[in-house]
Design a protein around this ligand. Structure first.
Ligand SMILES: [Fe+2]
Length: 343
């Protein structure tokens, strides 16, 4: 049987190979337009029993379901933030209830995070950013094998880390273009303001306070507000900093558009190599994020198209890629770089 566009969305139940024996698609692949076109190019015919319908959780309905959960959380979180701004009393319980359904999903569904990547808002608002950072911090906790309670705590640290921005002049916070030195000093105060605001709630976990105060500290002492170094920065706050930087880079800013996944992960790896972020946190996170894109088509800096084949644990930003029938390990070809997805 010839492959055609009516097979898009079906799942492959076995590996398929070209006539010359090269692996074309791995078992478990959900066929996309790109896959169908590439199989047509290879003149591929196959047994239709190789394809099955998607289980419901991969369907469009499921995608819409994740989108609804996320949007509801963003809306609920906006209400909580506005209340906090008015009453200045952090509603910890409400926040916990808000985050729990999302974090539970990480345990039940390994592909949940790749859906979040697609549905998340990239706007510049503090509550959207905080929710995203809560999700990424929880995800990192899960990747690092922490237990459910700690993962929830990381989520809360994310949700509250930038709460001090509520007390910063909105004109400075949303100023388009570069900031002056005094404006920048003002913005930096969100760390201490957040700490002071959260401290009013006596039952708050001390790590949530430290998260708000220290999430812009860097391991080499180049951060703010106190230029703490290395082990003086709690491990959970180091996780929070990675999640914060990742979401900040992948969101739009007034002075630049949002950056693609290959740029953001490369910057995180650079930050780890400059000893600003902890490599033991950055590498597993980048590996997880990029592994969600195995079999995706990408554009290289030489203009060629390639497919991501394998993401290494030690250098996840330099995966093995395939161009036609050639496999290239980017660890050995520093002249070749992935610039973006091929859309
Ligand atoms: Fe911040």
């Amino acid at each position: 049987m010839k492959i055609s566009s009516r097979h898009i969305g079906k799942i492959l139940i076995d590996d398929i190979y070209s006539v010359s024996g090269n692996l074309l698609l791995k078992k478990g692949t959900i066929l996309t337009q790109k896959h169908v076109e590439s199989l047509q190019k290879h003149n591929y015919s196959f047994d239709h029993t190789l394809l099955i319908e998607q289980p419901t959780h991969h369907s469009n309905d499921y995608f819409e379901h994740v989108k609804t959960i996320y949007q509801n959380s963003v809306n609920a979180f906006r209400t909580v933030f506005l209340k906090l701004e008015k009453e200045k009393l952090p509603p910890i319980e409400e926040i916990n209830q808000l985050l729990a359904p999302l974090v539970d999903r990480f345990f039940e569904d390994p592909v949940f995070i790749s859906y979040i990547q697609q549905v998340k808002n990239h706007d510049n608002s503090t509550y959207t950013h905080s929710l995203n950072v809560g999700l990424y911090a929880s995800l990192i906790g899960k990747i690092l094998g922490l237990d459910r309670e700690k993962i929830k705590l990381l989520g809360q640290m994310g949700l509250f880390h930038d709460v001090g921005k509520l007390l910063i002049d909105k004109n400075i916070l949303h100023k388009p273009g570069r900031l002056t030195e005094s404006e920048w000093n003002e913005i930096q105060k969100h760390t201490t303001f957040g700490y002071e605001l959260l401290r009013i709630n006596k039952s708050i976990d001390p790590l949530i306070l430290q998260g708000a105060l220290l999430h812009h500290e860097r391991l080499d002492g180049s951060g703010y507000p106190t230029r703490l170094k290395h082990e003086k920065i709690p491990y959970f706050v180091q996780i929070l900093s990675v999640a914060d930087m990742y979401d900040a880079l992948s969101s739009e800013r007034s002075y630049r558009p949002k950056q693609n996944l290959f740029v953001t992960t490369k910057i995180l790896i650079q930050e780890a190599s400059y000893n600003r972020l902890n490599p033991a946190i950055v590498y597993p996170f980048v590996r997880c994020i990029l592994s969600n894109h195995i079999q995706d088509m990408v554009i290289l800096n030489n203009g060629q198209l390639a497919e991501i084949i394998f993401v290494h644990a030690d250098e996840p930003h330099l995966p093995i890629i395939r161009i036609d029938d050639h496999y290239i390990d980017l660890r050995k070809r520093k002249d070749i770089e992935i610039v973006d997805f091929a859309h």
